[in-house]
Design a protein around this ligand. Structure first.
Ligand code: ADP
Ligand code: MG
Length: 238
């Protein structure tokens, strides 16, 4: 079963068509990056997959099961946001454990999973701290840890690095790449940064004004852009 499929998915806000019939088939273990300028509909698309926004038309399936009407918690996904969305009053441990507690995972299992993720993300020394006592990069790692502990079949990332400074962004990009290799996770990752897309993607989708203009391996898209928009966007500095 394909971990994630979008078939002819559209989204309207009132009279405005924001997403025009998008088709995406994510293979098992594949890292797909959606790249496009601000306002082209990347977050809206991801939010529909997460169940935070309804679908106007078309179908979204996770693990072969139609989820159009499923609540976010019923979907086998975890999302990492740009602004981390951590709970400021909770410790790093509690932030990472929160989703598992809601899902009524037994305590020893929660402790084992958080410990494992903390090791993977080098967060072990910080488990008792609160988010405000962490650097931006550490906060982003906590946000990733919170997703990892849930062991979803699909990870969704919405510009997770865009709040970090340039140097840290490059470092975190490499860390995500390593995590991806270690965990072999199926991911849909959204960014406006072409370099990030080229570095991380197995396949990338170049999006413009609510349409997927081209889907392909990064080098393929780079070497053989199918539209003028793709050529201009991929060729221009981030
Ligand atoms: P991106 O993430 O690529 O920057 P978004 O998905 O956030 O783009 O937005 C795509 C378009 O949809 C924008 O024109 C935005 O103004 C519009 N939009 C997003 N959310 C809403 C909403 N809740 N109501 C109305 N318009 C929205
Ligand atoms: Mg966005």
């Amino acid at each position: 079963m394909a971990p994630l499929t979008l078939s002819s998915v559209r989204k309207r806000f009132g009279d405005t068509q924001v997403i025009h019939s998008v088709d995406i088939d994510v293979a098992d273990g594949e890292f797909i990056v959606i790249v496009g300028p601000s306002g082209c509909g990347k977050s809206t698309l991801l939010r529909m997959v997460a169940g935070l926004e309804g679908v106007s038309d078309g179908e979204i399936s996770i693990g072969g099961k139609r989820v159009n009407d499923a609540e976010p918690m019923e979907r086998d996904i975890a999302m990492v946001f740009q602004n981390y969305a951590l709970y400021p009053h909770m410790t790093v441990f509690d932030n990472m454990a929160y989703g598992l507690k809601i899902a009524k995972t037994p305590k020893p299992e929660i402790e084992a999973r958080v410990a494992k993720a903390a090791r993977l993300l080098q967060l072990e020394p910080y488990l008792k701290r609160r988010p405000r006592e962490l650097s931006g990069g550490q906060r982003q790692r906590v946000a990733m840890g919170r997703a990892i502990v849930r062991r979803p079949s699909v990870f969704l990332f919405d510009e997770p690095l865009s709040n970090l400074d340039a140097k840290l962004r490059v470092q975190m990009r490499l860390e995500i790449k390593q995590l991806q290799r270690k965990l072999g996770v199926t991911s849909l990752y959204v960014t406006h940064d072409q370099v990030e897309a080229m570095t991380l993607a197995d396949r990338m989708i170049v999006m413009n004004a609510g349409r997927a203009e081209q889907i392909g391996a990064p080098l393929e898209v780079y070497a053989d852009p199918e539209t003028e928009f793709v050529a201009g966007f991929i060729g221009s500095p981030p």
